[in-house]
Design a protein around this ligand. Structure first.
Ligand code: MN
Length: 266
């Protein structure tokens, strides 16, 4: 039997600890290729590079770095690098969780979105990172769960129009309470997270800080699961259509626009 082909990518860059752990986690499951950005591209979202040339730097037979985004990497892997279509794409392990609205900014999740668009079963893995920067992240937990979930998913993937986002809590393997299948939660945004400081010359500069900690109470959400020590598994899809609003907006289809306004401004 032919071994499955597995593509590993991420948004933290090819040299990150998380992608090394993920590659090791899935290596017994098939032939593994790594195609990832040459530097950190966190919060790259689903960006595609169209205004600069892209170059592939081959590290060895199975490792390639690209001076582009996670979405670029998935496209290059599929159409330039891999010998055939992969059976599974895994993205991560991201240094930091991707919960609730985070998935729309996340390069890690977007790599899986791109895989899904291109018809490949895709998983995104993100690890909650300790608030104290001196504490080591629990890549041991991420390793175990990414291996198990990838094994199960490879054997029985969902339709490729669905991708799956997995978040692992900041706990050692023995302290993880289990696995919860969740929906995206909702954070309570009540104040700005844009921080203003002054540079040595007295001019202002800004940092975008961390998102709010509070969230809408919902025991089925990803935020709740991670907060309570569970691994969170959320199925996602790219059809952003809000179906209940279709009929309400249809009134616009028949709305008469006065002829004089049709020429537009000016
Ligand atoms: Mn990242």
């Amino acid at each position: 039997m032919i071994r499955p082909l597995i593509l590993v990518s991420n948004d933290d860059g090819i040299s990150s600890e998380g992608i090394r752990v993920l590659e090791e986690a899935v290596s017994p499951l098939g032939d593994v290729y790594v195609v990832a950005p040459d530097q950190e591209r966190s919060a790259a979202s689903h960006a595609l590079t169209i205004h600069k040339p892209l170059r592939i730097s081959q590290k060895d037979a199975r490792h390639y770095a690209l001076n582009g985004t996670p979405t670029d990497c998935i496209n290059f892997a599929l159409y330039v690098i891999l010998p055939r279509k992969p059976d599974l794409i895994v993205s991560g392990i991201n240094h930091g969780s991707n919960l609730a609205d985070d998935v729309t900014y996340s390069g890690t999740v977007s790599a899986a979105f791109e895989g899904s668009i291109l018809g490949i079963p895709s998983l995104a893995f993100s690890l909650q990172i300790p608030e104290d920067p001196d504490r080591t992240p629990h890549f041991d937990s991420a390793f175990l769960y990414s291996r198990q979930i990838s094994t199960d998913y490879l054997a029985k993937p969902l339709d490729s129009s669905v991708l799956v986002s997995v978040n692992i809590p900041d706990r050692s393997p023995g302290d993880i309470c289990g696995v919860r299948v969740t929906r995206l939660g909702k954070r309570l945004i009540n104040e700005t997270n844009i921080i203003r400081k002054e540079d040595p010359r007295g001019r202002p500069y800004y940092w975008i800080g961390m998102g709010p900690k509070d969230y809408e109470p919902d025991e089925t959400s990803d935020l709740h699961a991670i907060d309570h020590g569970y691994v969170s598994i959320t199925p996602l899809h790219l059809d952003l259509t809000h179906y209940p609003s279709l009929s309400r907006l249809r009134a616009m289809e028949n709305r008469e626009i006065p002829f004089a306004d049709r020429a537009g401004p000016g």
